[in-house]
Design a protein. Structure first.
Length: 237
């Protein structure tokens, strides 16, 4: 099985009032195609920074990031935008849906940016919304949907482009436990049926227990990497 993500010697340092803050320090990470993996750790451990670097939303201070067979850390802004458009789906804690658009239109937007014709966009959007259990709510705007329904729209939007990987940053943080469980079942179903890799950052024990692989970060370093059946992954020395 090929690696969809390969990070080598990855570091990120920010300036906070002219004081350097090491958000990530010399991280080596490989994620294989089709994995469902959790990044866990306390606030400030580097989870979101790592997701942002993998998704091309930020650039490392040192080290390399290879995504879907292509080294991305040195790509120009236009090439990175194309990569995110075609190969990466994003799911955020705050949903990030466009309020004036319906659920269907929110899902269609990514395909419109890809240049898909309107009839194709609508067909695919309705199919994906049906797959996530929202066929009857396609014409509702975000304010008319519950938090769990909005996050399902966000997942549908992430899947609409046919990505190789979905990066989800605290996707259950604003949901109750039952809704979180439903969302996790949905993401795992999409992972299994479509073969899309999921890399999820979380504080939620429910999410941690759900994912096949759990990678723990602390102070910007990977301190544990294990499979959930108790066997170890590429655990650092």
């Amino acid at each position: 099985m090929n690696d969809i993500v390969l990070c080598e010697g990855l570091s990120k340092t920010y300036e906070d009032h002219h004081v350097p803050v090491k958000a990530l320090q010399d991280v080596d990470l490989a994620v294989a195609e089709g994995e469902f993996t959790a990044l866990v750790g306390p606030s400030g451990s580097g989870k979101t920074t790592l997701l942002n670097l993998v998704g091309g939303l930020d650039r490392p201070s040192a080290g390399t990031v290879t995504l879907d067979g292509r080294r991305i850390d040195a790509l120009g802004a236009g090439a990175l935008a194309d990569l995110r458009l075609w190969r990466v789906g994003f799911v955020f804690q705050a949903y990030n849906l466009i309020p004036v658009l319906t659920a269907r239109e929110n899902v269609e937007l990514i395909m419109e940016l890809q240049g898909a014709p309107s009839t194709r966009r609508e067909t695919v959007a309705r199919e994906i919304l049906a797959e996530v259990g929202l066929a009857d709510l396609a014409e509702r705007r975000p304010a008319e949907l519950s938090g769990g329904q909005q996050q399902r729209v966000a997942v549908a939007r992430a899947m609409a482009a046919g990505p190789a990987i979905v990066l989800a940053d605290e996707p259950t943080a604003n949901l109750d436990s039952r809704t979180s469980a439903d969302l996790l079942e949905l993401m795992r179903s999409l992972n299994e049926s479509r073969g899309v890799t999921f890399l999820v950052s979380t504080h939620d024990p429910q999410v941690m227990a759900f994912c096949r692989r759990r990678i723990t970060l602390r102070d910007g370093r990977i301190v544990d990497d294990r499979l959930q059946d108790g066997s170890s992954g590429s655990e650092p020395e």
